[in-house]
Ligand binder design. Structure first.
Ligand SMILES: [Fe+2]
Length: 278
């Protein structure tokens, strides 16, 4: 098939025909779906040339705003629910395993490693101290010793360290003890806005949305033989739990941050890892 004369009706089929020699089968599948859905989108929306250019400019701007510290495309994926959808299709917690949620744009490689009990907050102004403790187990209830917990959070000012400079703060790596236990100190998580001074922020405003995320603490838990678990703990009673800008809240991940008689805030959680797929 080859069309010499343009036909709107046959255009989609012709574009698909043109990629028929794609060797990589997965790429062919992805490109076929992409072309079909993109054409269907245009047929449904019928953008004017000006609107189409506006769309292209939005994507161009999204690229221009992205750096090694600010990833506007991840933010777009997060705020459109795509990150959660990709996660939901890939990580299906079963057998009592802990639920996963979005990675988000603020994880950093090579976080400092700390001994159990250490405080990841460097400054008193970072927020109210709290103690997080718990265990890491497998779905059979066995302790996972030496599991690596990479944790990170924003401070009381609603900002992550990377939004302020290069210095690492409010993040760290801990390892579970021989009985799969961990404990460390950090600050009570607070709600904060996703970066909203770029194109994604404009999109949120234009669609009547707020940019806020409910209070949470990030975890990336890994151990040999187990599937990596990327998740958060959300603070019970925190603001925006019902309208997280990135759709990341799952009820199983909401925990109580309790203030004890001694005035110390504590929270605990027992994480359950799934075995690596064979
Ligand atoms: Fe976060």
């Amino acid at each position: 098939m080859a069309i010499r004369r343009f036909s709107e009706k046959k255009l989609t089929a012709e574009v698909l025909h043109r990629i028929r020699k794609t060797k990589n089968r997965r790429l062919k599948q992805v490109m076929t779906a992409y072309i079909k859905h993109l054409h269907a989108f245009v047929r449904e929306v019928k953008p004017t040339p000006e609107e189409w250019m506006q769309g292209i400019q939005f994507l161009t701007e999204t690229g221009h705003w992205s750096t090694d510290k600010r990833q506007e495309f991840i933010l777009m994926s997060d705020t459109l629910g795509v990150s959660m959808l990709v996660d939901a299709l890939n990580y299906k917690a079963s057998g009592g395993a802990t639920q996963s949620t979005v990675l988000g744009p603020f994880h950093r490689e090579n976080s400092p490693e700390f001994a159990l009990g250490a405080n990841v907050a460097k400054n008193p102004a970072d927020g109210e101290t709290c103690v997080i403790s718990g265990t890491v187990r497998d779905t059979a209830g066995r302790a996972v010793a030496g599991a690596k917990l990479d944790i990170w959070e924003g401070g009381a000012d609603g900002l992550y360290d990377s939004q302020k400079g290069d210095e690492m703060n409010l993040r760290g790596v801990f390892r579970t003890d021989g009985k799969g236990r961990f404990h460390f100190r950090c600050v009570v998580p607070t709600f904060y806005p996703v970066p909203n001074d770029g194109p994604v922020g404009k999109m949120l405003v234009a669609t009547g949305r707020h940019p806020m995320r409910p209070p949470h603490l990030h975890f990336w838990i890994t151990a040999p033989g187990y599937r990596p678990l990327i998740t958060h703990l959300f603070r019970k009673g925190g603001k925006y739990l019902d309208s997280d800008a990135v759709f990341g809240v799952k009820p199983e991940l909401i925990v109580d941050f309790k203030k004890g008689r001694d005035g110390v805030v504590t929270a605990s959680y027992d994480f359950v890892l799934m075995k690596e797929k064979k």
